[in-house]
Design a protein around this ligand. Structure first.
Ligand code: GUN
Length: 293
């Protein structure tokens, strides 16, 4: 079978242009200040530092201002809560994120709950997450939004399809399973959410029209686990041992030729995630109450 690769890099360029135009039309031309994203990074997790650097570069390239607060390894929860409170109160910050994962001694739920839902451009706060589940307008988590956009813009119809999601994280698996099953043109899918306690995952994946793999295990999904013609979305970003290469959660070479569509790693979901954070930041800036500055 001829497998079509879903090019996230190319689509992200298109969407960046759309965001730039929107910033010019609805913000700069109206003499409002440029959107401003805050980022709070804790500790020295190398992957997190790389992701945060690329988020900052994305902002620079598109004309979104960004401010980084980097708290050191072992920083106490109280200090992080103080920084979050400053971002919540700062009228010049339109939206902000706290990069995950956090160090073990910090209570992640408490941190996420302390973010002002109106500035929660990650869409992780329970208020936004709950609204998403109820199909009420809110910030949607960037990776899930990126996957939906990648499917939609490649004219891949979701309604009526059986989607199998592998992984139930709050960042990807859970939100994408909610979004794809909701009543919407980019939803209306029958969704099966599988995870580490699902026996014989291949019994599910073999029946799927769309498979979204977000387990964090390199080459987890093999060609023999899918049906011919299925659409495979690889969310994995795993560093290969002793190599600079990034490996996806999909065993690319056994799935290529059997799937109808497949996202490459890198260059598939990753760039879409980054551009969707910009989009959420733009939305936060457009929602701004202080119209005069
Ligand atoms: N860590 C991995 N992905 C994400 C994300 O989308 N947002 C935040 N805040 N942390 C992450």
């Amino acid at each position: 079978m001829n497998t079509k690769l879903l090019n996230g890099n190319q689509l992200a360029i298109e969407i960046r242009k759309e965001i730039s135009k929107e910033i010019e039309k609805n913000i700069l031309n109206k003499k409002k200040r440029v959107p401003h994203l805050g980022i709070i990074l804790t500790g020295n997790n190398r992957s997190s530092m790389t992701y945060v650097n690329s988020k900052i570069k994305e902002c620079q390239n598109i004309g979104i201002k960004s401010s980084l607060i980097h708290l050191p390894v072992g920083c106490i929860e109280k200090k992080l809560l103080e920084e979050i409170n400053k971002m919540n109160q700062n009228p010049l910050i339109d939206g902000f994120i706290v990069q995950l994962p956090l160090e073990k001694h910090i209570n992640q739920d408490k941190i996420i709950l302390s973010i002002d839902p109106n500035k929660d451009v990650d869409g992780f706060h329970p208020e936004n997450f709950g609204k998403m589940a109820l199909n009420i307008k809110s910030f949607f988590p960037a990776t899930a939004l990126g996957i939906l956009t990648l499917l939609e813009r490649n004219q891949i119809k979701i309604p009526g399809k059986h989607t199998v999601v592998i992984g139930r994280s709050r960042i990807v698996g859970r939100p994408i399973s909610i979004l794809m099953s909701r009543r919407s043109n980019s939803g209306n899918s029958t969704v099966t959410l599988t995870h580490s306690h699902t026996p014989n995952i291949e019994d599910y994946t073999k029946q799927a029209d769309i498979i979204i793999v977000a387990v964090g295990i390199p080459k987890f999904l093999k060609g023999r686990m899918i049906k011919k013609g299925s659409i495979v979305i690889d969310v994995g970003i795993n560093s290969a041992k002793n190599e600079k290469k990034i490996l996806g959660d999909v065993d690319f070479y056994s799935v290529y030729g059997k799937a109808s569509y497949l996202t490459p790693v890198p260059g598939g979901v990753g760039p879409m995630t980054r551009v969707m954070l910009l989009k959420n930041t733009l939305i936060a800036a457009l929602n701004r109450k202080d119209e005069k500055n």
